[in-house]
Unconditional design. Structure first.
Lengths: 338, 338, 338, 338
């Protein structure tokens, strides 16, 4: 790391910081400039709480040089990770499409949805049984009963099931029914949950929190990887910004950026990423053109009657039309869509 | 709520929406303007998933009229809630000051800290035993051993203990040692944890997530209140913005705004809210002047050696100086500081 | 507009607000709910300073119903506007590609750039002669001499010239040489400049300010349209968010959103929108897939020697490769690229 | 600056970058770490377009070490600048209070306002004659006639006049009537205007743009200082964030942060910083407690009838009450308020 001393820092402060760097097992190099003195500390800064040094005497700022994540890094593993779960293939040229309702509402609803999204070309089924909801007065999901409905829909259609798990203690239960465990945006830094997901053998879909930096997302993935599970998909689902015409802002530059930093595949969620049905298809296409390895999209038999997220759910015909557009862009990108 | 129809919406769409409103148990009023038609739906919109209506035919947007939280609302309870936990009084003219290190590192460190912050005027001790950390490679806290060290420090100084709980399954354990349970910013929407905190009899310090709206914060509080625990303090600890000269942006207007919406007391965290020690004292004073009911501040015997958050921790002398300034502003505000 | 009264608002306050609404020439409808009283004001709210009503007694909030822009609105003109300027066609199925260096540095540099981008398929040349720079110590552009170099490059290649104008008093001068006048992001709300651009007969490329809402962008366009110039292209070039891995965050959902609100064409700037050359091509493709009518891209003979924006400029071979990818996506979208 | 090379960067790339650094007149030091190679470039990096180096072969990132502003820096001038303009003193222990309506609406209105704010303790009068407005359909100000009304109010009360100038070509005219020229948030990077303000002898109140970084604000000030005018006040008036309960987010930590970087005084605008009258007084007090050197506040005889900004304007009695609270906090801070 680079320690920038304040202009006019005392000689004793500089010597103190050099000793600090050495005591942390790093090699200091002192660079005296005309305006500032800088200490370069060479070594593995990941083991060092940078904060220690920032509060040192005469220190102006500390600039880290190394990324703090390791296993997720392209420097550790250069070939792309391909995640496979039944009918779903994501990464390495495969474009997975996960579609279905926000919440599992009934067996009829989820089976009808599974059939429709499969027919339109989806390769996995989404549906929430454990629903984290902003308000305690909203529908909270059918829990295990919902998981059984999802399993029935898989039985019926062959589609892999992707569903959310909201607490470490539920991982075993959800893994009994699901093919892929989703960690929601609100839980991206629920470390107890990340660790539990790291100990299961189910692939994980890890959603970016709405104010998480890319480094924080990769460090969250690192918790799962470090606990032993290498089948992790990252999901961009939009960030909180000042924009009010969309519910979140979907920053697609994260797709190529992540591909330049990590071997993990990247899935785009244009439903949460916009929060308005009329914008979803355009952003699904844009996600593919930006290089996404997968999409996750909310589709409902009757969005007007949906118990959650109706404002961003597509009808079956809307989803079919979206898929037609996506297929053309995927072909232009030479991505396999099934 | 107000349903704004698109210009040129069909008559059948308007009639359809009127029926939808009625089927949700609300009373529709049709308002035909020269440019737009609007349907006002009168009734308790809190029970209704607004999304249902937004996806209706011909609908441009749906504007909610009622706040979605109830128990937290000033409309439900107009006198301010005062939270009391041993030596700590927060709200109703009492300014509580919670201070101590980010992490409990050793019994010696926490007892030394407790003595120092008490001497400077703090009315409660903070210290983390369960530490949610961005990187899996960072110090994760001493867990139950840390809780015991905190209890020893309380024994020694009489200061109430405020410490974080990170999972619903830990609530009982942490409540055995702590006087106040803190819910961290990353867990503000960990509903399993919120519900478990709602069932304990310990007061709760609920931190705002860095991208949470005030409505989301109050709905998170509502989970705790709705589960039976009325002793909730809200904590403003900074939000994620584009500003890079501070780690987070501390938006103090939330203090008077919250006081205009809820009876719950508001605590300000100038340490996380700025992320840089030299800015903490000014923001502590500003928090009091904005009307805060409490402060929570990171103080460490030797920030340069801190296992976490050294860059935003004060030394004992810095904290004493901060408290001297705060006492003057508190006097100007007619707040009691002990 | 909808005036939501506070719970427990006095009858005299309600009557006062009804009179206020009437005095503004709007028709009030009083809706008494179980929890709140609401006054719907029907009429053209664009003429009314909403702020007047918000400060009224007993008022909780005022919700506008109509968009404040008119001429830019799809409700005023439903067919898409096509902007034509020499070799450049933008809108109505035509995808314009504007490319070239950030700054015009020399006649040789701009002519070399013009030839290269034309060969790769660009339909217009960009290059700055008047450069608004963050620091007073940075290169500020060659001014009129730069405009002459741009004209020479047009002479040489036939490409239309797009260049920035930074003050109302320069509009006439710049219009003498340029085919399209660009209003930069920093000047999106420089109303004196907008009005002057409204009085010229050159088409305008209006860039969104990094913290402007879509409504503010459309109102800025409205200044130009209202002054008489109907040839306006809107340009999404990224917004300021907490993300630090890109210089700005490029929110492509603005493309379909704008198409749902305005007839004006939308150009995407993936260079400023990311601020890093390696991310530009992916976001150019994504912009097209999202429905953009044009692209504006920074290309430089030798980015390492560029006097500005080298970090986001493409080399000629990088731009050629980008264009090959864009052509495939444009074909998938059935857009004409020349 | 520090050039971080990619892992596995080629030796020839490293040598190329060393030559680049030398060709820019800086002294390179090569630091080979176990994981990365870093090149430290010592010298005055302010003269160098950093972008040049970032696009070099094998470069991962370039970290600047020096702040890019000079004259504004505390390193250049360590004693605080005190700005004086007639009745107004700002900086060096003097707390200036600038108050008045958003727009000058009539001579009667501005004189009545001047008397009222003077009586309550304000030391300067604000009022807009040239109004930059988001919508072309809003009231745009009385222009020179408004300036004359301001001069009349000064004549009547002795209060210094602070008013906005929106274009370089107007500076001379506005300076004829005003004591302080205000550069609005929308114009913070209108460099033509900054330069013109740098050539006048009137003090300048420079407002931070809603998405400007502190570095950008100081560089904008640098344009004025570099052109010869040393009497510059910086004004924090709120930034654009995701928060919707306030019109802007007022980040008061900028006050102590600016004091640690620059000698220029800092004024806080709690009216625009919150956008809601009921929040203004608390944020005015908080601004003082954070260390502000001045306040600028919107006050109107009848906010319900204001032609602009009624929602954030105080009545005369509200302003008097605000001033009573501010006086107490100012006394606690040992600031002079007249």
């Amino acid at each position: 790391m680079i320690i920038v001393m304040r202009r006019g820092a005392q000689e004793q402060d500089i010597q103190h910081m050099i000793q600090q760097v050495e005591s942390l097992g790093m090699k200091p190099t002192l660079l005296r400039g005309t305006e500032r003195t800088v200490i370069a500390a060479i070594g593995d800064e990941r083991k060092v709480p940078v904060g220690m040094l920032e509060s040192g005497p005469g220190v102006d700022e500390v600039l880290p040089v190394l990324a703090p994540y390791k296993i997720a890094s392209l420097e550790t593993k250069s070939e792309p990770t391909v995640v496979r779960a039944g009918s779903l293939n994501v990464g390495g040229g495969n474009l997975g499409v996960i579609a279905g309702p926000c919440s599992v509402e009934s067996e009829e609803q989820i089976i009808e949805s599974a059939r429709a999204v499969k027919k339109a070309g989806a390769t996995a089924l989404r549906g929430g049984a454990f629903k984290p909801r902003t308000s305690p007065y909203s529908f909270q999901g059918h829990k295990e009963a919902g998981l059984k409905m999802l399993a029935a829909a898989r039985q019926e259609t062959g589609l892999a099931v992707v569903t959310e798990v909201v607490a470490g203690e539920d991982v075993e239960l959800v893994a009994k029914y699901a093919d892929v465990l989703q960690i929601g945006a609100r839980n991206m830094q629920n470390y107890r949950l990340l660790e539990a997901c790291g100990r299961t053998d189910r692939p994980i879909l890890l959603k970016r929190g709405p104010s998480a930096t890319i480094e924080e997302l990769l460090l969250a993935a690192e918790y799962i990887l470090d606990a032993g599970n290498q089948q992790v998909m990252l999901c961009e689902r939009g960030i909180r910004t000042f924009e009010a015409h969309t519910r979140f802002t979907l920053p697609l530059a994260t797709v190529p950026y992540l591909h330049s930093k990590t071997h993990l595949p990247v899935v785009v969620d244009p439903s949460h990423g916009t929060g308005h049905t009329p914008l979803v298809a355009a952003m699904a296409r844009a996600g593919i053109a930006a290089g996404a390895d997968g999409l996750i999209v909310e589709v409902h038999p009757n969005p007007e009657k949906a118990l959650s997220d109706g404002y961003q759910s597509m009808t079956f015909p809307q989803f079919e039309e979206m898929m037609a557009g996506c297929r053309k862009v995927a072909a232009a990108m030479e991505m396999k869509m099934s």
